[in-house]
Design a protein around this ligand. Structure first.
Ligand code: AP5
Length: 219
């Protein structure tokens, strides 16, 4: 299966991806996680990305598209994958179509994660992430079993630098201007599957499983 998770910053893309990975074994590719891993290692790519991420801007397409193409060229992606945080602009979506065409692959579905900006601001203020494996937690809804320690890998659980309220506001503005037009782009292709994550990820996941079954993506 080839899936895109489309939603605002903090809408729950990572949380839902983690569940879909557990259920269907889908390879999870998060461009945000790739940038953060590079920032942590201090690579040239990471240093470049940090200047944009810290301001709540998008990393330029000229950097992001090549990075994504390298990742989906890895052998584990041959049978499909799930994209979290890519594409985020129309040029990224068009570039993805070109990449998939040369691989004789096609997008099966675009999961649109629905949630209000108000709920996002409240969730992101409580969000914590593992700086080793990227697992996402929330101090209010889903704390790690031991404070500050990742349940999955034992790594340190931290507050992301770009989760400061003023940066979250900037990220939401960027999303509405540059990423939201993708909803229309994929709606015209009949690929959108809505998932309501305002109340609980259980509701969103049950809608996703039902839509996969309806589309014949799972047996
Ligand atoms: P990225 O890491 O992709 O950040 P994002 O899109 O802003 O998304 P987040 O990771 O913040 O949130 P999420 O939707 O995964 O939500 P989560 O599951 O954690 O990108 C970071 C930056 O990198 C970007 O700002 C940009 O600069 C750059 N970048 C990345 N990709 C790029 C691209 N393609 N082009 C250019 N630049 C790019 O959930 C949020 C919180 O809510 C968590 O605490 C979670 O536990 C909680 N939660 C989730 N669901 C529920 C629920 N139903 N009920 C209660 N709590 C919930």
């Amino acid at each position: 299966m080839l899936l895109i998770l489309l939603g605002a910053p903090g809408s729950g893309k990572g949380t839902i991806a983690s569940e879909l990975h557990k259920t269907y074994g889908l390879v999870h590719i998060s461009t945000g996680d790739i940038f953060r891993a590079n920032m942590k290692e201090g690579t040239a790519l990471g240093l470049q990305a940090k200047t944009y991420i810290d301001k709540g801007d998008l990393v330029p397409d000229s950097i992001t598209i090549g990075m994504l193409e390298d990742r989906i060229s890895q052998p584990d992606c041959a049978k499909g994958f799930m994209l979290d945080g890519f594409p985020r602009t129309i040029p990224q979506a068009e570039a993805l179509e070109g990449m998939l065409q040369t691989r004789s692959q096609k997008i099966d579905a675009v999961v649109r994660i629905d949630i209000s900006d108000e709920e996002i601001r409240s969730r992101v203020s409580g969000r914590r992430v593992c700086s080793s494996c990227g697992e996402s937690y929330n101090v209010d809804f889903r704390p790690p079993k031991t404070e500050g320690v990742c349940d999955v890998c034992g790594g340190p659980v931290i507050h992301r630098d770009d989760d400061k309220p003023e940066t979250v506001m900037a990220r939401l503005k960027t999303y509405h201007e540059k990423t939201q037009p993708l909803i229309d782009f994929y709606e015209k292709k009949g690929l959108i599957l809505p998932a309501d994550n305002e109340e609980s990820s259980k509701i969103a996941l049950s809608q996703i499983h039902a839509a996969f079954a309806d589309k014949g993506l799972i047996s």
